[in-house]
Design a protein around this ligand. Structure first.
Ligand code: ATP
Length: 463
């Protein structure tokens, strides 16, 4: 058996569509740019990714608690956070093919760094200086329109029936962490947490992304998994460094190879941040940000104190010391993790008999379906009955599939492509000797197991 690791975006997009992981949104209406739906297996995989993150962050840490705040928040939240004024990307259009691109991305591809805080004039100056280096990713031309900054917040027309927020639009949240900051005091007052403690949240975020060419890497509606640690100023940097280590290890534990991960340090920090590093993954289009880990000092709570008029400072119950808590944040997208784990797991193999297979070697805990149960033959009632009995029992514990379509070889190929770790086949020996064969996805080896020992065997394997 020889393994080929030639993973392209085309192959991933095609597998995701073919096998029901990811569908383009509103496809029957011609699609809806940069919006995607998770299909049956995609939903399972995304749920397993979220469960793994929740376990690593909330379940395994006594001092981190969960939150599920709303998508809508008071419009002042987004002023306090700086998003109304500054959450904007510079956009340009290729004069040859009219493709729109983010200028910071074009410059980055040309090896030129553009600071987030640059004005339109400064960006345009930088574009002119590097005119020959920057190329349209679609047609390769180097002729672009003037850059313009576009705000990324998505507005809604949610009615101002209560009249308590003026004429401002209510935005769909651009990031989940603002919901954490504005609930800091509520969590503090309603739990036994004391600083240092963290609040974790998983939820949808919305951004008017102006370029959307990389499948689920950059969506307009996406899901974030964010954790904010609230800390005393003293020692916060050590906590930051500790989280950097822990988040790196988390990806290794998720089955991602070290060589496919990379640290990227932000070159120009926003004025309030003390440190910012991204964990990048080697996607088929190169190393790109998967998670951001930031030390944001006391900026967030200070801003919300200022804009809300509510004091969000903290008094240490032992020393009596009063301070505005500092924040260390870890922030990652479900969708980018999804794309990374599929890329990592995707494998094409040439088998000894000359045939080929595509297999998703997902870690067991992430696999959408853990077990498939087959009757060897579909038209033998006793085999089907026995296989159903086994399936009905196993499904109480694991996500299982019953499959009697086509021949066993075809069923294996299908399960390999969705990453099912084990397939259980019921054959005539099952009726006569009470055994089944269990086939391992990765080694393709088959073992004969007594039916009454099957659950113990699988429990051990899927641990
Ligand atoms: P980028 O520079 O790629 O636009 P960002 O620095 O704006 O990303 P953050 O605001 O730090 O991203 O968001 C934290 C995480 O949320 C990112 O690391 C990423 O995993 C995820 N994320 C951000 N924007 C998107 C998006 N449009 N689609 C999918 N995931 C996203």
């Amino acid at each position: 058996m020889s393994e080929q690791k030639n993973v392209t975006m085309e192959k991933i997009v095609s597998l995701c569509k073919r096998r029901g992981f990811v569908f383009p949104s509103s496809e029957i209406y011609g699609g809806f740019a940069a919006v995607y739906d998770f299909g049956p297996y995609g939903t399972e995989l995304a749920n397993n990714i979220k469960a793994a993150w929740w376990k690593a962050m909330v379940q395994e840490n006594e001092n981190i608690v969960g939150l599920d705040s709303s998508i809508f928040m008071h419009p002042r939240v987004w002023e306090a956070s700086g998003h109304v004024g500054g959450f904007a990307d510079p956009l340009t259009e290729c004069r040859n093919c009219h493709t729109r691109s983010r200028v910071d991305h074009l410059l980055e591809d040309a090896g030129v760094f553009a600071d987030e805080k640059m004005s339109e004039d400064e960006i345009n100056k930088l574009m002119k200086e590097n005119k020959d280096k920057i190329k349209c990713p679609k047609c390769g031309a180097s002729d672009f329109s003037e850059a313009k900054k576009f705000n990324l917040l998505v507005k809604s027309n949610l009615g101002n029936f209560t009249g308590n927020w003026g004429d401002d639009p209510a935005y769909l949240r651009g990031e989940t962490c603002q919901g954490i900051y504005i609930n800091f005091k509520n969590v503090l007052d309603s739990t036994r947490q004391k600083i240092p403690f963290g609040i974790a949240q998983i939820g949808k975020a919305f951004r008017n992304e102006i370029t959307a060419r990389q499948f689920i890497f950059r969506k307009r509606e996406f899901e974030q998994m964010e954790m904010q640690m609230f800390l005393a100023p003293k020692g916060a940097m050590d906590v930051y460094e500790d989280w950097r280590k822990r988040r790196w290890q988390y990806y290794l534990d998720l089955g991602i190879k070290k060589e496919n991960l990379n640290w990227h340090e932000h070159e120009n920090l926003v004025f309030y941040a003390k440190a910012a590093w991204d964990i990048e993954y080697k996607f088929p289009f190169g190393f790109k940000e998967m998670e951001g880990i930031h030390y944001r000092t006391d900026y967030d709570l200070s801003q919300h104190s200022k804009f809300s008029g509510k004091d969000l400072s903290y008094q240490d119950p032992v020393t009596g010391e009063k301070y505005m808590p500092h924040v260390v944040e870890t922030s990652v997208g479900v969708d980018r993790t999804f794309l990374a784990v599929i890329t990592e797991a995707y494998s094409e193999e040439k088998l000894e008999d000359g045939s080929e297979r595509t297999v998703l070697k997902l870690p067991h805990r992430l696999a959408p379906i853990k077990l498939a149960v087959f009757p060897l033959l579909k038209n033998k009632a006793e085999l089907v009955k026995k296989a159903r009995e086994i399936y009905d029992n196993l499904k109480l514990q694991w996500m299982c599939e019953f499959d009697d379509n086509g021949n066993v070889g075809k069923r294996y190929r299908r399960q390999d492509e969705i990453g099912t770790p084990y397939c259980v086949t019921v054959d005539f020996d099952s009726l006569e000797k009470g055994t089944v064969t269990v086939r391992d996805r990765d080694s393709m080896k088959q073992e004969t197991i007594q039916i009454e020992e099957l659950e113990t065997y699988l429990n051990e394997k899927l641990k």
